[in-house]
Design a protein around this ligand. Structure first.
Ligand SMILES: *Cc1c(COP(=O)(O)O)cnc(C)c1O
Length: 406
């Protein structure tokens, strides 16, 4: 048995009270809390290392560079990338996806096709719409059924030599649905030369990630959803896939030579890291990975799976509570509404009074809400420090909300 309380004690914020009640933090799909080791790494960086990287010969600059490059190696091992220079530091999933959509521009022409899915976050929709506007490419969407399961026969009918990009998430942030990315990769490879992008914002915090086994070309995720500071994120790309792209941002750090007549670019990863990076944050992302690895991925998967099962059992026992994507394989989150109560935020407000933090609304996935003809849902999402007692508190809170609102 793992001692969840011991893990929980490493998170100072989880001892706080909210509205006079102990905090029950169930909004981890929006951002996770940070353990002391991550907070101390960040503070230690600013109190005793702070210097710009790759630029100075002086001791602190070298130390900052070494620490950040060590964090890059930790990320490499965390997702099992082949080379450390395939790891690009970004400020989050959104930046990673926008970087890709922009950098692909010169390879895409009118009539080319880009495939995403119905379950995407706005940040895996809008950058592709913008790319289509720039180039005349066409955006196609893998449909889903009422259970939130993607209809992959769509791929057989739509993949062709025209398909240039397939970009899907591994776990839906709105519903917690696990998408069969291995099957999507296999089908895509069999029928096209498309580059495959996986949005791992919701899977990296929960699953063991092996980008080589997955055989995707790119994998993007956010540090802040996996115990690291805000403003951190990763874009992984296979070496040849990254090399085929033009840079997103131009500036310092990303050049080999620069004159007014010609500029040549630095090699990977620096070609995609213009300007001063979030050095302290990136180093603290390394500490977040250390934290996760000190517990072990099997423990994460099993504890978070048990939390979800328990929440499913408790919440489905509440009369009139409707859970979305109930029959789909899910991880990390449960999304629901109380029947007859039109506004999810009313439920969220009552829960907040009880110290319970959940997310309500469209979760940056308006197409999914349109699919179900709803404005939003209530979403409870889990991390390693959540307990079964907290789900009991949520369940009681929902019963109270139901009494008050109906
Ligand atoms: C959170 C999230 C994003 C956006 O991540 P940011 O950290 O806000 O840039 C994209 N996709 C999914 C699936 C997400 O959960």
């Amino acid at each position: 048995m793992i001692d969840i309380q011991k893990i929980k004690n490493q998170f100072p914020i989880l001892n706080e009270t909210v509205n006079g009640k102990p905090l029950v933090y169930l909004d981890n799909a929006a951002t996770s809390q940070k353990p002391i080791s991550v907070l101390e790494t960040l503070q230690n960086y600013y109190t005793s290392i702070n210097a710009n990287v790759h630029r100075g010969i002086h001791t602190l600059s070298q130390l900052a560079t070494e620490e950040m490059e060590l964090a890059r190696k930790k990320v490499q091992h965390f997702i099992h990338a082949k080379n450390d220079y395939e790891i690009i530091f970004t400020k989050g999933t959104t930046e990673g996806l926008n970087l890709l959509a922009y950098s692909f521009t010169s390879q895409i022409k009118a009539g080319d096709e880009i495939i995403i899915s119905y379950l995407e976050h706005h940040s895996n929709i809008v950058p592709w719409q913008l790319l289509c506007q720039r180039t005349g490419a066409i955006l196609k969407v893998i449909p889903m059924d009422g259970n939130g399961i993607l209809q992959l026969d769509f791929l057989e009918r739509n993949l062709s030599e025209k398909t240039k990009i397939v970009s899907v998430n591994q776990i839906s942030n709105a519903l917690g649905v696990i998408n069969p990315v291995e099957e999507i990769v296999r089908k895509t490879r069999a029928m096209s030369d498309a580059k495959i992008i996986i949005d791992g914002a919701q899977s990296a915090p929960h699953f063991r990630i092996d980008v080589q086994q997955m055989d995707c070309d790119f994998f993007v995720f956010s540090g802040h959803k996996m115990y690291a500071p805000m403003g951190t994120g990763i874009l992984y790309g296979k070496e040849e896939a990254l090399n085929s792209l033009t840079p997103f941002h131009g500036g310092g750090e990303m050049i080999a030579t620069c004159s007014f007549s010609e500029t040549t670019y630095a090699g990977l990863p620096f070609k995609f890291e213009a300007g001063t990076p979030n050095v302290g944050g990136n180093i603290a992302l390394g500490a977040a990975i250390d934290f996760m690895e000190s517990i072990g991925n099997e423990v994460f998967v099993s504890h978070e799976h048990q939390l979800l099962e328990y929440a499913q059992e408790k919440l489905s026992g509440i009369d009139g509570l409707h859970i979305y994507a109930e029959r789909a394989p899910r991880a990390g989150a449960i999304s629901f509404n109380l029947e007859g109560i039109g506004i999810a935020s009313d439920v969220g407000m009552i829960l907040d009074k009880l110290g319970i933090a959940v997310r309500t609304g469209h979760h940056c996935t308006q197409p999914i809400m349109d699919f179900y003809s709803i404005a939003g849902t209530v979403r409870a999402s889990f991390a390693i420090y959540n307990t079964f007692e907290e789900i009991d508190i949520l369940s009681e809170g929902l019963k109270k909300a139901k009494r008050m609102l109906s």
